[in-house]
Design a protein around this ligand. Structure first.
Ligand code: MOS
Length: 752
């Protein structure tokens, strides 16, 4: 149980571990939010504004209210008091749209909720919502795609607090760029993207006196509770949020959206449970999106390929209401060794719903730009892009002036080039063919933050030989149930099938939000400490039980291994299983609690903590029929110790598929006339699916990062999406000779 113990061969950690929740999912027993039923349940359907800028002059609810089965049409005059929420310590109280629903009559974006129909059935509620008539004073919305930075102050407020728009600076970037022998100055654009998890947002709210319970599709039950408690003027302990299974979120469910207080307010007024499930179309309106970005990258280099200067100036779109910060420069200051650097940002307000974190927020669009620029510069210098990166590999994080806790990017390149066969690449455009089609090969590096949120957990050893681990985090489909079981099993020696996992309920010890790829590293120390404390409690029980073999032993005499207590001197063969000790003591269980502090947001870190990796992508190009396909990807990730290599590879493969969508398919278009998202359906908003997925080979390096936690596990939810679009667009250039600097790559870009 030392802090640096090696992982025993009997542990499931670091191995392919099928998901413990797999059987309940594939047999349909897993309950997603809208699967919970309650007596007297009512159904709510929001009414969205059909303008994107202006104000409501009149709301006509009369015919909707008269429809049989309609319980109420809520709007500003009858929804009741809803307060604003505010940021709290430790990334709690986070919300991307602070304005309570219906707070005023001003419309800032298309689809903003203006009313809520509640009825006995979903169909009636939908019909009633459709029957609500609004009259507006409409103005022309601003959904302009070209971004010019607004006249903001140097320091601006963002969702997570103030940020200086001069984000990072060292050396004299202007002079260095001016005198650099080789220069690159390009602008890269990423579009608005809309999260489209399979499960749309769902919430069911019910009141019992002053107790509010919410069944919610949430990536952060504790934060959601804290925000809702503020909005309804309740102590935290009066709000309970339950999220047992989530049909994914990609960041859209990280922070609460206005549908949630709407359901709660409606349930309060009607004294009945109210369920609100968003139709797919409304996923494009008021539950976040990845904001459009426009990023100018300037690089100065020597002819030998040494970076002299790097400048990254980016602008992103934001809504009229919120201050979501799209942190495109997150990886820029540390990713390469360069003496002169500047990162700045600007923001441009648009009549579009709130921006939000979407898988790899900031760094994903950011690394698309900077890694594309690195590839273009390598091409200009006639240096292999891998070699160009090796030449500029930093020894430390030059932005923070701190050593990396663990960075093995060069080894990622080594393994990736070998597995992909990169040495066979001929750099001339269109020079590689296979089976009559043109091949393009491209690559890019990637990085993502590694840190911990605060976390608490409990572990119970029970008299039937099972273990229960509990933590108010949630599994958004990424494998958290299994990770919790693995950690409890690892420390207690109880096999996985005897470990029960309780999560997704704020009545459990407070756990991390499933965001920033931070949940997994955060739960490790909390669960291990909880298990240790449960074992310590068990030993105390063993020593104190009359007639126990361990009665009156000194604490140091005893040891616990693989579920068995034994006297060290006698060895484990003469040990007693823990459940026998509990039975002898007439105890049902021995409990331990554990908690660990946050490292995320630490103002004085000792190390720069990140994960790293690289992608190698192959595209095939058939100019005769204008067909472009991603045909092969090799990805290597350095993310510390991988708790579950099976779910871990799957996680990276999924991110790569999403990256194919980012590079070639995904974008949300807004109608310049009325500001509506035009392609607001899964028929028109195209995401990459299995049919688009080529063979994707994922490799993990295995360097535990003990700065993060004692197992050395960093998170892997997001890093797989970073860099992949730049690798694909470079492969597109290699095949076609066309540089596409605005995503997604469209076929018309490639037609000469
Ligand atoms: Mo992720 S955007 O932190 O859900």
């Amino acid at each position: 149980m030392s802090a640096t113990e090696d992982i025993p061969t009997t542990s499931s950690i670091g191995r392919d571990t099928p998901r413990v929740e797999g059987p309940v999912k594939v047999t349909g027993k897993a309950q997603y939010t809208s699967d919970f039923h309650f007596p007297g349940l009512l159904y709510a359907v929001p009414v969205g504004a059909t303008i994107a800028n202006g104000r409501i002059l009149e709301l006509d609810t009369a015919s909707a209210e008269k429809m049989p089965g309609v319980r109420a049409i809520f709007h500003r005059a009858n929804i009741g008091k809803i307060f604003r929420s505010t940021l709290q310590a430790n990334f709690q109280g986070v919300c991307e749209e602070r304005r309570p629903p219906f707070e005023d009559d001003i419309i800032r974006y298309y689809g903003q909720y203006i009313a809520l129909a509640v009825a006995d059935t979903f169909e009636t509620a939908k019909a009633a919502a459709d029957a609500v008539r609004a009259t507006y004073a409409a103005e022309k919305p601003n959904v302009e795609t070209h971004l010019e930075a607004d006249d903001d102050p140097d320091e601006v407020d963002t969702t997570f607090g103030p940020r200086h728009r001069l984000d990072s600076q060292r050396g004299d970037v202007d002079a260095a760029f001016a005198s650099a022998p080789v220069k690159l100055d390009q602008t890269y654009v990423t579009p608005s993207e809309t999260h489209n998890p399979l499960e749309t947002h769902a919430t069911t709210a019910m009141w019992d006196g002053a107790m509010l319970t919410l069944y919610e599709s949430s990536q952060g039950v504790v934060n959601l509770r804290n925000v809702l408690a503020q909005m309804f003027d309740l102590p935290n302990e009066n709000v309970r949020v339950i999220t047992k299974f989530v049909g994914s979120g990609f960041g859209s469910k990280l922070w609460p959206w206005t549908l949630c207080p709407l359901a709660a307010a409606a349930a309060r007024q009607l004294g009945r449970p109210v369920r609100l499930v968003l139709p797919r179309k409304m996923m494009f309106h008021a539950v976040g999106h990845r904001p459009r970005t426009q990023q100018r990258v300037r690089i100065g280099a020597t002819p030998e390929g040494k970076l002299i200067s790097l400048q990254h100036d980016y602008i992103y779109q934001r809504s009229m209401l919120d201050a979501h910060h799209e942190d495109c420069g997150e990886a820029t200051p540390f990713h390469y060794s360069v003496p002169n650097l500047r990162v700045t940002f600007g923001r441009a307000k648009r009549n579009i719903g709130g921006g939000a974190d979407m898988r790899g927020p900031g760094a994903v669009p950011g690394l698309y730009a900077t890694e594309s620029a690195m590839n273009e510069m390598a091409y200009q210098l006639k240096i292999d892009p891998v070699k160009f990166r090796i030449i500029n590999e930093p020894k430390i994080d030059e932005g923070l002036g701190l050593p990396f806790s663990s960075r093995h990017l060069l080894e990622c390149f080594e393994l990736g080039t070998e597995k992909f066969g990169w040495s066979q690449r001929t750099p001339q455009v269109g020079s590689m063919k296979r089976d009559g089609v043109t091949l393009g090969w491209g690559m890019a590096g990637c990085a993502w933050i590694a840190a911990r949120f605060p976390a608490a957990a409990t572990v119970e050893l029970r008299d039937n030989g099972t273990v229960r681990v509990a933590c108010a985090t949630q599994d958004i489909g990424t494998g958290t149930y299994t990770n919790l079981a693995q950690l409890a099993s690892h420390r207690t020696g109880v096999p996985l099938d005897k470990v029960e996992v309780a999560l997704g309920d704020t009545s459990l010890p407070e756990g991390p939000t499933s965001g920033g790829s931070l949940a997994t590293p955060s739960i490790v120390p909390a669960v291990l400490a909880a298990a240790d404390n449960a074992i310590a409690s068990l030993m105390t029980i063993a020593k104190g039980t009359t007639g126990s073999r361990f009665e009156n032993r000194q604490p140091d005499d005893l040891a616990f291994n693989d579920g068995v207590i034994f006297v060290k001197a006698d060895g484990p063969a003469n040990g007693v299983p823990f459940h026998e000790i509990l039975r002898r003591a007439n105890l049902q269980l021995a409990t331990g609690s554990g908690k660990a502090e946050a490292t995320f947001g630490n103002p004085k870190p000792k190390f720069s903590t990140h994960s790293f990796g690289c992608h190698f992508a192959e595209v095939t190009w058939q100019p005769e029929i204008a067909r472009l396909r991603v045909s092969r990807v090799v990805t290597v990730i350095d993310a510390g110790k991988i708790l579950n290599t099976l779910a871990g590879r799957n996680q990276i493969q999924g991110a790569v598929v999403m990256g194919i969508g980012m590079a070639l398919l995904e974008h949300t278009s807004y109608d310049p006339q009325n500001g509506a998202p035009i392609n607001s359906s899964l028929a028109d908003y195209i995401v990459a699916v299995n049919a688009d997925a080529p063979p994707i080979d994922v490799y993990f390096l295995d360097y535990p990062d003990k700065e993060i936690n004692e197992v050395g596990a960093r998170g892997i939810g997001e890093i797989g999406l970073a860099g992949i679009a730049a690798a694909i667009t470079d492969a597109v250039h290699h095949a076609t000779g066309v540089r596409v600097r605005e995503l997604p790559v469209k076929i018309e870009n490639l037609l000469a």
